[in-house]
Design a protein around this ligand. Structure first.
Ligand code: 8Y4
Length: 278
């Protein structure tokens, strides 16, 4: 299984880590925020050394309650960091954005993947991704970041997430994006209550069955703190997240998006070694 990302063929026969790099002066600190380009670049170097195959660069916070910024400001934040990462490391860079102008600038700077929590629903985004031949990650979200955690509702969350992802994938194919360039993501925590997140993680094979590689982000998310009853403390969330990454991998997920590259990579290598024999 190969993920075609512009000039890069990413081999997904082995599971990969996507390292989170937030280039945001966000006051809601999750340990993944690096305001200056220098600090962000240094953090990227650490994640590459720890075994990240992809660095996910984001210039706008997508968390609940975050305030949006304009494309110009977002470009100013992410482009210098992408250029510097690509000049020093042979690593794939994904751009975490929904905006066409940011996609264009980031790919021009050296990004080869678009990670869009809005699944390329912005006008012209699918056509742009098709013309750039980038890899795309289509993520499910109910509602929009500002209000998505106010009473999320589903009849069957797994069925509805699957239907949404298939619909968005079909629209991408119609716009000219190659099947081999598409990966899917259930969007843990994006318009989901606790039982919804747990159902998605319990029934990942139904998402794997859709036939595109699956990416999953659970790292440091609040639903883990809720499981553990440890509030906002990061360390328990880290350990819980490692367990969930192992669970996800054993169910067929190919890419784990995480703030904690080294421990996630070790857990994945261990799980991967066992799965080799199956
Ligand atoms: C604490 C730590 C509280 C982290 C909230 C968070 C995903 C994603 C995000 C994901 C894909 C986040 C950009 C949310 N999550 N992209 N982005 N999949 N594809 N929240 O799960 O990390 S940001």
């Amino acid at each position: 299984m190969i993920w075609r990302c512009r000039d890069r063929d990413i081999d997904l026969r082995v599971p990969l880590v996507m390292g989170v790099l937030n280039v945001t002066p966000d006051s809601f600190f999750d340990g993944g925020n690096f305001a200056s380009p220098e600090a962000a670049f240094e953090r990227a170097g650490t994640m590459v050394a720890e075994g990240a195959a992809i660095i996910d660069v984001g210039g706008e916070s997508t968390r609940p309650g975050a305030t949006p910024i304009d494309a110009g400001a977002e470009i100013e934040r992410v482009v210098p960091v992408i250029v510097k990462i690509r000049s020093r490391f042979d690593v794939a860079v994904s751009i975490d954005t929904s905006k066409c102008a940011v996609i264009r600038a980031a790919v021009d700077a050296g990004a080869c993947i678009v990670n869009d929590v809005n699944a390329l629903r912005a006008p012209g985004a699918r056509e742009l991704a098709a013309s750039l031949r980038v890899g795309v990650c289509l993520m499910h979200m109910q509602g929009e970041p500002r209000t998505m955690q106010i009473e999320p509702k589903y009849t069957d969350v797994v069925r509805e997430v699957c239907e949404y992802l298939v619909l968005q994938r079909t629209a991408c194919l119609a716009a000219g994006i190659s099947h081999g360039s598409i990966c899917l993501d259930p969007g843990i925590g994006f318009g989901k209550a606790q039982p919804h997140n747990l159902a998605l993680l319990r029934r990942l094979p139904e998402l794997v069955h859709l036939g595109s590689p699956l990416l999953l982000g659970v790292s440091r998310k609040s639903f883990i703190g809720r499981i553990l009853g440890t509030g906002t403390r990061l360390e328990p969330r880290l350990f819980g997240g490692i367990g969930l990454a192992a669970l996800a991998l054993s169910q067929g997920v190919k890419i784990i998006r995480t703030h904690d590259v080294a421990p996630t990579r070790a857990a994945m290598q261990a799980v991967s070694a066992v799965l080799q024999g199956s």
